[in-house]
Write a protein that binds this ligand. Structure first.
Ligand SMILES: NC(=O)c1ccc[n+]([C@@H]2O[C@H](COP(=O)([O-])OP(=O)(O)OC[C@H]3O[C@@H](n4cnc5c(N)ncnc54)[C@H](O)[C@@H]3O)[C@@H](O)[C@H]2O)c1
Ligand SMILES: [Zn+2]
Length: 431
């Protein structure tokens, strides 16, 4: 008898879950030299963006490396919300100045994602296009192990320090996509809440909404057993909601309920900042294995087709809708749409995110109301209309979402073009 005895082989029975080791707490950044030395590294590249470099955190990390006999250089050319072009430039620099024994990424998701790509492109052969998710790229898997990568998040948001993917804008196609493979996961995440004290309130708000949506989308994602059974080589990073991811998302929501508004209003509150950093990593350990769905799929065209919106608190050289903001703008309507697929999960998530909220007559409104209440308190723009989109743009936005089939596959309800168009239309103004 095979292992198939008693099992319906069209139904998935297996889920996978992974996360890097963590070093968490005030002062952790100064232990990076010790950690890198454990991998035997002698020469290391630190990747960051210009603003973080000015704050001096990369220089502190370089000092810690020097103290352990490791030489390093700082590359501060990371583009906020990386593009294929900016990642290629970073990889070109790393190739010219290499070889490197390891990498340290210090910054928000933009820096950590750029470092993941640079690690891949300088360790394995091939171009970005070879590795980008199909159908945009060839979806190739890295052949072997990558170099040690220590990720040091300075935002409380993406959870990229614990996920196995990197995201970028493919400029020529005006589409955002990514590379996902377990080998991209950082070797170690060093999370020091002290480095997040300088975050402007607008970045706290937008990056924090990314955490909220990671936790909520992961928690309401299709349950892993409802997918078709896969062979070992077909297993993907996102396997649907599962018992382990759920735990991390629930805890992230509880931390957010207690700390998000305080971190936004009083950026110097270390306890709130620490809880936000924990929440970001926890949500990353959830969604990074289970997946995200409609709000993230919609965020790609919302960010990719930006007209002239320039958010305060972010670099002003070019228009942008920051990732967390773009994700949150259609979230209330997306959760109205997904409610019927798993009412009890939506209600439980709402109770965790807004424990003191009153019970509404329409249970389908409980989670959208909790999300909207939070968005209003932290000054997130009121809908896609507030970042420059009108009814006339919906026809252009919808195909951008429909290209994100990898994300839509995790949606707990089948979702078509008309559904997405309706969600955009109702999200022009959220309150
Ligand atoms: N790989 C993943 O799992 C994953 C998940 C979600 C999002 N992302 C990607 O991450 C990117 C967004 O990352 P993000 O939201 O963390 O922000 P970010 O890295 O884009 O940084 C936003 C701004 O905040 C500044 N900043 C960062 N830390 C600061 C600090 N401590 N003090 C002062 N200023 C600071 C940066 O200089 C920048 O100007 C997007 O490209 C998004 O697609 C990746
Ligand atoms: Zn996100």
């Amino acid at each position: 008898m095979s292992a198939a005895a008693g099992l319906d082989l069209t139904e998935e029975t297996i889920f996978t879950w992974g996360a890097p080791p963590l070093k968490f707490g005030a002062g952790a950044v100064d232990e990076i030299g010790f950690e890198m030395a454990q991998y035997g590294a002698r020469r290391v590249l630190i990747l960051t963006d210009p603003r973080i470099n000015e704050l001096g955190i990369p220089a502190r990390i370089a000092d810690s490396l020097t103290a352990h006999g490791i030489t390093s250089e700082i590359f501060d050319g990371v583009h906020v919300e990386p593009t294929d072009d900016s990642m290629d430039k970073a990889a070109g620099y790393a190739r010219e100045q290499g070889p490197w024994d390891g990498f340290v990424a210090v910054g928000g998701g933009s820096s950590i994602d750029t470092a993941k790509a640079v690690n891949l492109l300088t360790t394995d052969e091939g171009t970005l296009m070879d590795y980008l998710n199909a159908p945009i790229g060839a979806g190739r898997a890295p052949k072997g192990q990558l170099k040690p990568l220590i990720a040091v998040p300075t935002t409380a948001g993406t959870g990229s320090e614990s996920t196995a993917m990197c995201v970028l804008d493919v400029l020529s196609m005006r589409v955002k996509t990514g590379i996902s493979h377990w080998r991209l996961r950082p070797t170690l995440a060093v999370i020091d809440p002290l480095v997040s004290l300088t975050l402007p309130p607008e970045v706290t708000a937008s990056a924090g909404m990314d955490i909220v949506c990671h936790a909520l989308e992961s928690y309401t994602a299709r349950w892993y057993t409802t997918f078709e059974r896969k062979q070992p080589e077909q297993r993907v990073t996102y396997c649907g909601s599962n018992p382990v991811s759920d735990l991390w998302c629930e805890k992230a929501l509880t931390l957010l309920a207690a700390s998000f508004r305080t971190a936004f209003r009083d950026g110097s509150d270390l306890e709130a900042r620490s809880s936000m950093m924990l929440a970001a990593t926890f949500a990353g350990m959830g969604f990074g294995n289970s997946g995200v769905h409609i709000p993230h799929a919609n965020a790609y065209p919302i960010a990719g087709m930006v007209k002239d919106y320039r958010p305060p608190g972010y670099p002003q050289q070019e228009p942008m809708v920051p990732h967390g903001m773009s994700v949150s703008l259609t979230a209330p309507e997306a959760f109205r749409f997904s409610f019927s697929s798993a009412p009890e999960r939506h209600l439980h998530a709402a109770a965790l995110l807004a424990p003191d909220a009153e019970k509404l007559n329409d249970p389908g409104e409980q989670l959208p109301a909790a999300v909207i209440d939070l968005m209003r308190d932290i000054d997130i723009p009121n809908g896609i209309g507030a970042v420059g989109y009108t009814e006339a743009d919906i026809g252009d936005l919808v195909p951008g979402t429909m290209k994100q089939q990898r994300l839509l596959a995790t949606c707990p309800r089948p979702v078509g073009e008309e559904d997405i168009a309706a969600i955009f239309a109702k999200s022009i103004q959220n309150w």
